[in-house]
Ligand binder design. Sequence first.
Ligand SMILES: [Zn+2]
Length: 232
Amino acid sequence: MEDIIGRLLELERTDRELIRARKRLAEIPAELTGKERALAEASAALERLREECARLQADLDATDLEIRGGEEILARYKKQLGMCKSTREMTAIRNQMKAQQVWIDQYVEKGMALMQELEKKKAEAARLENEIEAARVAIEEAKALASAESSELQRKEADLSESRERIAAGIPADDLAVYESALRSRGEAIARVCGGGTCSACYMRLPPQIHNLVLLKKGLVTCPSCGRILTP
Ligand SMILES: [Zn+2]
């Protein structure tokens, strides 16, 4: 029996390593996908920023055109002022000029606000562009590392699977079934009896006859509470 317990312990060590290797193997592609998704989101955000910049630039160009048009009108008024024949006419033109200047000033103000907004968005886009470039480089590096790690893990998994088969072949089918059932439901299959008669995994105080059976080492004994195989 001690022999079988020894093999079961070896099997459990192998299975634990196998589970760790398989878990890590599954994590690697998910990590890369997460990084790539973040990069795609940043690229989409950059695209939106660039569209906003183009829109702001178009608004700014239109505002400049309005200002230039307004200034031409103002210049024409000035010319007319020089040709005025009466004070009434002059006053009328001066009033028109004043109104025109107010109109121009409004566009100048609008243009300044647009320019500020445009500069802000451009700086934001430049920063994001740098971040994206750095993320691209990081992803390429991560891919190379992941590929190396995956190959190593696949090799390890193959070795461990082979060891597992070899160890399992030396364990009677019934005992193996008890072990596998405990492993499936608990994640670990073997516990020790400790503290004068408690299960080291679930801390249940074992009935004395169970404790005795474990000490007798005549067959596999499982914990009545958690189902793990008990070892002395
Ligand atoms: Zn237990």
